[in-house]
Design a protein around this ligand. Structure first.
Ligand SMILES: NC(=O)c1ccc[n+]([C@@H]2O[C@H](COP(=O)([O-])OP(=O)(O)OC[C@H]3O[C@@H](n4cnc5c(N)ncnc54)[C@H](O)[C@@H]3O)[C@@H](O)[C@H]2O)c1
Length: 314
């Protein structure tokens, strides 16, 4: 297939590009390098079945020209602001980079008759809904601008699917970790330990608890769902049945660092405004396809931390 990956120079996007090329697809990665890096795509540069385009995907004219030239069979839309805390100070970040990119991609998808879109959605759309959340529960009341922009994106993807015969897959990701991560708690902890090796400051009281998924397991789930789920709009939670507290994550990162660092908590039940402290959601839908992650949450966190320290040492 001829595939466009928006946000292709980011953490998940670059891993996805490598996977799709290895499966025989021709891939175009589009990214404005807001958070992604060209170096993330080093393994693919120079190949005939891959190209990188530096582009602001929230700009409809540029995206339209890309589609005109690309003649894509399918779009994986990952471009977004992934820094949830940042949009508290500047809500326009998520309006533009998270919802605006979706709008521009959908318009180009319609105009150029692309029939498949896979959208990187998130558990953040559920807000602080209690219990183990199923995909069909509501009302959905996000507490971050990021979650709101992702929910609005899902809504437009659904209406475009109904109006223009586009098939959509909308996996709702948990916290995803692994090689080339550009943000998130593990990334922050590793950076802090480099700056102050004897002390790790952790936002909140450490009791926040969420599922963590390794990027390789996430990609297995998405590609399996794309092959097997055949509804017009396919919404599904992705995650294992394990979770990890922020306290345990900090301990694992310190263990992997080999440092003798004191872990200090700033207090409060969450890391920042918009952070959902307890996340638990039902994954029966994706598991019914015989998918299960190869690593549990703690193993995923440990593998991601080890990769970052190995990179720093190399
Ligand atoms: N990592 C996670 O835990 C997680 C969880 C839930 C959902 N997601 C979603 O998965 C996707 C990938 O996330 P990630 O963790 O790889 O983050 P990331 O920041 O590494 O990747 C997002 C990419 O989008 C690019 N981008 C942002 N705005 C753009 C714009 N206007 N035009 C072009 N490119 C733009 C960034 O430069 C970046 O490379 C995102 O949509 C994110 O919301 C990630």
């Amino acid at each position: 297939m001829n595939i466009l990956v928006t946000g292709g120079a980011g953490f998940i996007g670059s891993n996805l590009c490598e996977r799709l090329v290895s499966l025989g697809s021709t891939v175009t990665a589009a990214d404005n390098l807001l958070l992604g890096k060209r170096a993330h795509l080093a393994a693919l540069e120079g190949r005939g079945d891959f190209r990188f385009v530096e582009l602001d995907v929230s700009g409809p004219a540029g995206v339209d020209a890309l589609f005109e030239q690309g003649r894509f069979d399918c779009v994986f839309h990952l471009a977004a602001n992934s820094d949830i805390a940042r949009s508290h100070a500047d809500p326009s970040t998520d309006f533009g980079h998270t919802l605006g990119t979706t709008w521009a991609v959908l318009e180009a998808t319609r105009r150029h008759s692309v029939k498949e879109i896979v959208f990187a959605s998130t558990s953040a759309i559920y807000g602080e809904m209690p219990g183990c959340i199923r995909e069909d529960q509501g009302p959905l009341l996000p507490i971050s601008h990021y979650g709101a922009a992702k929910l609005a994106s899902e809504a437009f993807i659904s209406s475009y699917a109904a109006n223009y015969g586009i098939r959509a897959w909308m996996p709702r990701f948990p916290n995803v970790v692994g090689p080339r991560s550009t943000h998130g708690a593990i990334y922050d902890f590793v950076g802090k330990l480099r700056r102050t090796p004897g002390r790790l400051e952790v936002l909140g009281d450490g009791s926040q608890v969420k599922p963590y998924l390794h990027v390789d397991d996430l990609l297995d789930a998405i590609l399996l769902a794309k092959a097997r789920m055949k509804a017009a709009v396919n919404v599904f939670n992705v995650g294992g049945d394990t979770r990890c507290t922020v306290r345990r994550m900090a301990e694992i990162v310190v263990e992997e660092s080999g440092l003798d660092a004191a872990i200090v908590f700033t207090g409060g039940d969450r890391g920042w405004v918009g952070d959902v402290p307890k996340v638990d959601y039902d994954t029966t839908r994706i598991r019914s396809l015989d998918w299960a992650p190869k690593r549990d949450s703690e193993q995923s966190v440990r593998a991601a931390a080890r990769w970052m320290f190995d990179q720093a040492a190399a």
